[in-house]
Design a protein around this ligand. Structure first.
Ligand code: TGC
Ligand code: FAD
Length: 404
């Protein structure tokens, strides 16, 4: 990309005209507080993300300064109680925050959802009171950045097979192994790491940057989530203090509970990416003239736009209901899988169709579709692949797990 093209992309994204569709008056289901929260995050994205995101992605740059800014606007741990620095908000608010941030960029939403759902949530849910007090306020404010280490080089969809392990050495634990594909890892101050003890039981451990034998090499060359940093976690005889073990829950169910919360956030986030693509396509269809008319006057273009709006509206309603069930503590893992899977597939389809409406211009950084599309190729894989979520639903429907 030439400097001129980057500048043009910056100029366009700086002038962020985004308007969200609300075809079924779903705003009527939101409280005034929900709308205020959504508005403030939308303004933040227009001010702090849209003007720069194209350049960050083109240069594969993670803007570390965004961490503190996310802390200031309450994007980290919105559902964690206020006494620990969280927002004390409901799950609809959490969803709306993820939706607005991912409307800006999925990589930015990754930074926020890992910190809230995968780092703060396990410390809050499974941590001791001392751990909560030590870590949560600093993570909520963005003073510290966290990451979540579950996936390993040979164990992605099947985390239960993990080989990362720790031994009880009397006054400390000795941690060995490696994690791969870890969002935030190269810059993280704190890692929540899942590892097996000598009996093969999975536990969560809090590992801090600076512990001897702990390193976080960055993964380069991604075509997706280029504004998010991704890396490994390598543990070479790391001495972890005993007070860093999360005491309240062990077993694979503990990290899977965290994933429920993060997958819920992704279900909303992906709608944000879809809305951004739809909004750009709607605008372009009215402005772009071919054969003497706006391309939006052709039936084939209208079909694309009508189908996009239909799918966004269906996903909005599904997510809103899921949010209510989350607040009531009734949402099940398969219900969350259905929403994550539906939203991401819907967003990917809309990104592709919206790209087509923009013709050749659609492949440039002047418009957001290619960036969203490439980002969504990670979103459809992480937090459980599209097919794993289908199998979670299949197991729920039939009572027969088909994972192996
Ligand atoms: P399975 O036998 O089904 O379950 C093992 C144990 O866990 C219990 N359990 C749960 N407990 C609480 N909440 C849940 N949601 C639970 N789901 C299961 C279950 O009852 C059982 O307990 P027990 O006491 O009987 O042992 O486990 P399985 O090994 O057959 O695996 C099932 C499977 C494949 C669905 C699961 O492992 C899975 O979800 N795999 C996908 C892995 C995944 O999603 N990884 C994500 C890594 S993190 C990430 O991608 C972050 S990206 C973030 C970003 O940048 O935004
Ligand atoms: P595999 O598990 O090897 O799957 C490969 C293919 O096989 C997939 O299509 C899958 O659906 C299919 N497959 C596997 N098992 C079955 C089966 N039983 N039946 C049918 N099909 C099957 N992980 C973390 O722990 N923390 C993070 O912060 C994190 N961030 C990530 C960021 C990015 C950008 C990416 C790309 C990944 C991240 N991940 C993270 C890892 C992510 O969760 C895994 O990539 C994902 O769970 C899939 O694992 P895998 O890549 O090893 O694929």
């Amino acid at each position: 990309m030439t400097t001129n093209t980057v500048n043009e992309a910056k100029r366009k994204s700086a002038n962020d005209l985004f308007e969200s569709p609300d075809f079924y008056q779903i705003d009527d289901l939101l409280t005034e507080e929900h709308k205020l929260i959504r508005g403030s995050i939308r303004d933040f994205v227009k001010r702090e993300i849209s003007p720069y995101i194209e350049e960050w992605c083109q240069n594969a740059h993670f803007p570390y300064e965004i961490v503190k800014k996310f802390g200031e606007i309450g994007a980290f741990g919105p559902t964690i109680p206020q006494e620990y620095g969280g927002g004390g908000l409901d799950y609809i608010s959490y969803g709306l925050i993820m939706q607005e941030i991912e409307r800006g960029d999925s990589g930015m939403r990754s930074t926020a959802s890992v910190q809230g759902s995968l780092v703060m949530y396990p410390i809050y849910k499974f941590g001791s009171e001392e751990q909560r007090k030590k870590y949560l306020p600093k993570l909520a404010s963005g003073e510290w950045l966290g990451c979540f280490g579950l996936t390993e080089p040979d164990h992605g969809s099947n985390p239960g097979g993990m080989v990362t392990n720790f031994k009880d050495m009397g006054d400390h634990y000795l941690l060995n192994g490696a994690k791969m594909w870890i969002s935030n890892s190269p810059k993280a101050d704190v890692a929540v790491v899942w590892a097996k003890n000598e009996e093969g039981r999975i536990h969560g451990l809090i590992v801090e940057r600076g512990m001897e034998g702990f390193s976080t090499p960055e993964t380069h060359g991604k075509w997706s989530l280029r504004a998010s940093c991704t890396g490994e976690l390598v543990f070479d005889n790391v001495k972890v203090p005993k007070e860093n073990l999360l005491p309240a829950k062990s077993g694979l169910g503990a990290p899977l509970m965290c994933l429920d919360s993060a997958r819920y956030g992704i279900a909303w986030g992906a709608i944000g990416a879809a809305m951004d693509c739809y909004d750009s396509a709607r605008r372009y269809a009215k402005e772009r003239i071919q054969f003497g008319k706006p391309i939006g006057s052709f039936q084939l273009v209208q079909k694309k736009l009508a189908e996009m709006l239909t799918e966004i509206t269906k996903a909005q309603l599904l997510n809103w209901k899921l949010g209510k069930m989350m607040d009531e503590g009734k949402a099940t893992t398969p219900q969350i899988s259905m929403a994550k899977r539906n939203s991401v597939e819907m967003a990917l389809n809309i990104a592709r169709e919206a790209r087509q409406i923009h013709g050749g211009m659609g492949i440039t950084g002047e418009y957001p579709m290619m960036r969203h599309m490439m980002n969504l190729e990670s979103v459809v894989t992480y937090e459980g692949t599209h097919d794993i979520h289908l199998l979670i639903l299949g197991a729920d429907i039939t009572g027969i797990p088909a994972f192996q």
